[in-house]
Ligand binder design. Structure first.
Ligand code: 13P
Ligand code: ZN
Length: 288
């Protein structure tokens, strides 16, 4: 069945040395477009949502929707909870069929991050749900605030030594690291992924690493990161930005159009192109 556990495709990513592109889906159309683009490219992928995105989508509808779509697609995909800060969000996701969850303790002091992440592991591991923790802090907008005004980017990079100490105390299944990306737009600058740092963290932790803020990072950099042990790359802004600009363009050229479905058809192809680029950047094309 195409709806599989994150563990199943994470093992595949490890075996075939690629990263799973993980797409945030704030509106239902994105679920369909991501799966259709993934099917065309024969790519394994992750569908994810964060609690800050629940305004438009109810977390309880996900599992049923994906089970239903599972009949239509043949690529393997899984369901993941992104950027949870509270145990109650984690529990709700586990009860609703998510097979992996991220607990984001990166805003907390180290000891508190360790405690919170361990608490999540205590409830998730017995039921076979994987846990992604975060160490270091990815800059940019995280739904409600920007960290970058509070210091230089390097101050928030993940330290390889600290990563080793963290995973010795917290048996996470995936580790999100701050290695040069940010959430949201880059506004005129090109990000520089810290490839040596990625290599060192991977060597010290031997864990699947996760890059947040994948949008706007050059394809070649992400591909190198995938070859160095990054196993999941999160993409959100690129899809939303394309959706909104295409929507606006369509309305400007068809000011009388009132059929929403028709407008969405005009937008769909453009968003799918972006999704396909994310798949290529993750080295996930043809990996099923
Ligand atoms: P972008 O919005 O920058 O692609 O980041 C996505 C992300 O990290 C979701 O957790
Ligand atoms: Zn993120």
């Amino acid at each position: 069945m195409p709806l599989v556990s994150t563990k199943t495709i994470l093992d595949l990513a490890e075996e075939k040395n690629f990263a799973l592109p993980a797409f945030n889906v704030p509106i239902p159309e994105f679920i369909l477009w991501v799966l259709e683009a993934g099917e065309e490219m024969r790519a394994s992928l992750i569908i994810q949502i964060a609690p800050v995105e629940y305004e438009a989508l109810d977390i309880r509808m996900f599992y049923g929707t994906l089970l239903f779509l599972s009949q239509k697609f043949s690529i393997p995909f899984s369901l993941h909870l992104d950027h949870a800060h509270r145990l109650e969000d984690i529990l709700l996701a586990i009860q609703n069929g998510f097979s992996s969850v991220m607990i984001d303790g990166s805003r907390l002091p180290l000891e508190e991050n360790i405690q919170l992440t361990n608490k999540v592991i205590e409830v998730a591991h017995p039921v076979g749900v994987l846990v992604e923790g975060e160490l270091g802090r990815v800059g940019g907008l995280e739904g409600d605030e920007s960290w970058e005004e509070k210091g230089k980017e390097e101050d928030f990079f993940t330290s390889p030594q600290e990563a080793q100490e963290f995973v010795d105390k917290v048996p996470v299944d995936m580790l999100a690291v701050a290695v040069g990306t940010r959430h949201g737009l880059y506004k005129g600058r090109t990000p520089q992924l810290q490839l040596d740092r990625i290599k060192e963290i991977r060597a010290k932790t031997n864990l699947p690493l996760v890059i947040h803020g994948g949008s706007g990072t050059p394809r070649e950099q992400l591909q190198k990161a995938a070859q160095l042990g990054v196993r999941k790359i999160n993409f959100s802004t690129a899809l939303r930005a394309q959706y909104l600009s295409s929507f606006q363009e369509y309305l400007e050229s068809h000011p009388e159009e009132l059929m929403v479905g028709k407008i969405l058809q005009g937008v769909e192809g453009k968003v799918k192109e972006v999704i396909k680029e994310c798949i290529i950047a993750s080295c996930a094309e043809g990996k099923v």
